[in-house]
Ligand binder design. Structure first.
Ligand SMILES: [Zn+2]
Length: 370
């Protein structure tokens, strides 16, 4: 009996290893992106890594940390209830034991505010604000007269990068990470006509300059840069629009930034196959769905097909898939474990999309595509 059990156990281990190996060639990156948990949710989130992420053969976890860390270099930028160095060590250990690489994200350039709240960098250093004349509204509404979606920092402010680079170095050290995610999506304020440094400058050059500056700093410690891809897509010509593509003339930056930058190509409304655009330009690219499960299945199949049909030179650029979650970790875990539907848009939840996409990746998806 003991011998039999041992045989089954060995066979199980072998199957798991073999599955992971064949998945690595099918989709080298199998990711999940979410806000880093607050300290009160840490243990619960670690449980989620072990019981839900690892068994699905996931191997990459992007955690949006932003100011949810007790920075020693710049404590003034930390949230009040932020993760400690010890908390992060626990999280990284759990991920490593599950074979998962962790990449921290701090939003750079754009997303320096949300709705009517200024985030910590511009709160502490208002001189970095690209549009200081735009005041935060008491009650935020979109659209608005200022076209305020999120504030941006001024990439040409001479005192900015000393602070940003210290934050990047510290968070990568804490997460023992060989990559850093800088966000850089949905940058609407760039090259503002009233900025004394940026006024009149080419927006693609400004965007590319900031990407390259960040990439060059990371490369000093052999770390790679990940960013969202939307500012590099021509939103008008493609019909993709002003969110998932660029209407503010940043898109020529696709030919100006380092090919070492890894592109996270997010599409939430339609499964636009723009991974091919990036891969053929020489970028490594990961396709990212959010809450539309049928789209995520289509995007996964497209990525697998791209890898199959590409030349040897281009195949290596199609890295894989990453589920994105835009609620906090606590809200997502509540949704994941209690399975509520989305009352505003039935069927459209990140937890449903996550389950379906990983069923598809692991060959367990029973839902046929339309
Ligand atoms: Zn500026």
């Amino acid at each position: 009996m003991k011998v039999l059990l041992s045989f089954f156990f060995t066979a199980f281990l072998f199957c798991t290893a073999a599955d992971a190996q064949s998945l690595d060639s099918l989709l080298p990156v199998r990711g999940f992106c979410i806000a880093a948990p607050k300290p009160a949710q840490l243990e619960r989130f670690i449980g989620f890594i072990k019981t839900e992420l690892a068994p699905r053969n996931l191997n990459t976890l992007v955690l949006r940390v932003d100011w949810n860390y007790q920075y020693k270099t710049h404590p003034e930028l930390s949230d009040k209830d932020a993760l400690s160095e010890n908390d992060v060590a626990k999280l990284v250990k759990a991920a490593k034991e599950s074979g998962i690489r962790v990449i921290p994200q701090v939003n750079l350039l754009g997303h320096q505010s949300w709705a009517s709240t200024i985030h910590n960098l511009l709160r502490e250093y208002p001189q970095f604000d690209e549009t200081p004349a735009v005041k935060m509204p008491e009650k935020y509404a979109w659209p608005n007269a200022d076209s305020l979606y999120c504030k941006s920092y001024c990439p040409l402010h001479p005192d900015l990068h000393q602070i940003v680079f210290a934050i990047m170095d510290e968070i990568c050290d804490a997460f023992e990470s060989d990559a850093f995610h800088a966000g850089m999506d949905e940058v609407f304020y760039i090259g503002d006509k009233n900025c004394p440094r940026c006024s009149g400058r080419n927006k693609a050059l400004l965007f590319a300059g900031e990407v390259n500056k960040i990439q060059e700093h990371l490369s000093l410690k052999n770390r790679s840069l990940w960013i969202w891809g939307d500012r590099l897509i021509d939103g008008r010509t493609t019909g993709i629009g002003m969110w998932e593509g660029s209407f503010n003339n940043t898109y020529p930056a696709i030919d100006l930034i380092s090919k070492k930058v890894v592109i996270n190509d997010w599409h939430y409304e339609r499964p636009d196959p723009t991974a091919a655009l990036f891969a053929l330009k020489g970028f490594q690219v990961i396709t990212c769905p959010w809450r539309n499960a049928p789209n995520a299945v289509q995007q996964t199949r497209d990525m697998i097909q791209f890898r199959k049909s590409a030349t040897d030179s281009t195949r290596k650029n199609y890295l894989g898939m990453m589920q994105t979650v835009w609620s906090g970790a606590e809200q997502f875990l509540n949704e994941f474990y209690s399975n509520p539907d989305n009352p505003q848009a039935p069927g459209l939840t990140a937890s449903n999309c996550f389950r379906t996409m990983y069923d598809e990746i692991n060959g367990k998806n029973k839902i046929a595509q339309k």
